[in-house]
Write a new protein. Structure first.
Length: 302
């Protein structure tokens, strides 16, 4: 099935029929493919371009400068991740990408980098805008699963999210066997917001195990559900594998930029099968704390 497009503005109005129709469409998207495009997200295109500009400025910096801000601790999960450092598919060579992780408002200010323009409000403004969008989607999730509207948002109120700036450099040499720009993987948290730039390459695996393109659609945000939401919902919402391939055309000579916002529950939130999701089948997973699960996945990835 193609990745559906959801007009989120119809959820944010008082018309209950239109609002419920959005909830129904989101349920279907999360159940059948785990990905959807969000239209009318509320995030300013100008703000997004400013963040992409800040990202490009950082990744254009000398390696020695970037490495002064190196990621070195899965507990903090903040800082610069160099080329081939991360193995999103642990069975394959390191990914042909570099990244910069920002954890939350406090760490944005404390983890100071003039290159990243952290003294400029653009990064924290964007982080807060993504948080607001994620909360709206979480409200729709709750209603789709017959829960109180703010069931999920109250379990995400510590802003334990990760904003990740990503750069896939032009390919200079032949890749190693099995090496791609981002290996096949599922995301770890509740949901992910993805903002893509001009150069594509993202692919999503369907339930038939076929890989389909998930291209940039101007003005839209790509949203997918993650592992913890899949555990919470007993596989009613699916955490879908995806990857970024190396283009087989002239795009291989171009940089690819994207921005991911990984929405995670509070670390002390117990992720256990929801009652409304246990009717079709018994719980698949034992309960686990959200923070413990995230830490275990990061330890495998690095």
């Amino acid at each position: 099935m193609p990745i559906p497009i959801i007009d989120l503005s119809q959820f944010q109005i008082s018309n209950q029929v239109r609002r419920q129709n959005v909830v129904k469409n989101i349920y279907q998207a999360c159940h059948e493919i785990g990905f959807m495009y969000i239209q009318n997200s509320g995030i300013s295109p100008d703000l997004l371009e400013q963040v992409f500009s800040a990202s490009k400025s950082f990744f254009d910096s000398p390696l020695a400068v970037k490495e002064q801000l190196a990621w070195n601790d899965e507990f903090i999960n903040t800082g610069y991740v160099g080329l081939e450092r991360e193995h999103l598919n642990p069975n394959q060579p390191g990914d042909l990408k570099e990244a910069f992780n920002i954890k939350n408002d406090i760490k944005i200010n404390n983890f100071s980098s003039p290159i990243l323009l952290t003294n400029n409000p653009v990064i924290s403004t964007f982080y807060n805008a993504c948080t607001e969008l994620a909360n709206t989607v979480l409200q729709a999730f709750a209603l789709a699963l017959e829960l109180p509207e703010y069931f999920f948002t109250t379990r995400h109120n510590q802003k334990n999210h990760t904003l990740r700036l990503l750069h896939y450099p032009p390919l200079q040499t032949s890749p190693k066997p099995g090496q791609v720009r981002a290996g096949e993987h599922s995301d770890y948290g509740s949901l992910t917001l993805l903002f893509q730039h001009a150069v594509g390459g993202l692919e999503v695996q369907t339930t038939r195990k076929e890989w389909i393109a998930a291209p940039l659609i101007p003005g839209m945000v790509l949203v997918n559900t993650g592992d913890l939401m899949q555990r919470w919902t007993n596989h009613i919402f699916c955490s879908t594998k995806h990857r970024v391939m190396i283009p087989n055309d002239e795009r291989v000579k171009k940089s690819r930029y994207s921005i991911a916002f990984f929405c995670h529950p509070n670390d002390d939130t117990e992720i256990a099968c929801l009652e409304s999701c246990s009717q079709r089948q018994s719980p698949i997973y034992p309960p686990i704390l959200a923070g413990e699960y995230l830490l275990s996945r990061l330890q495998l990835t690095y």
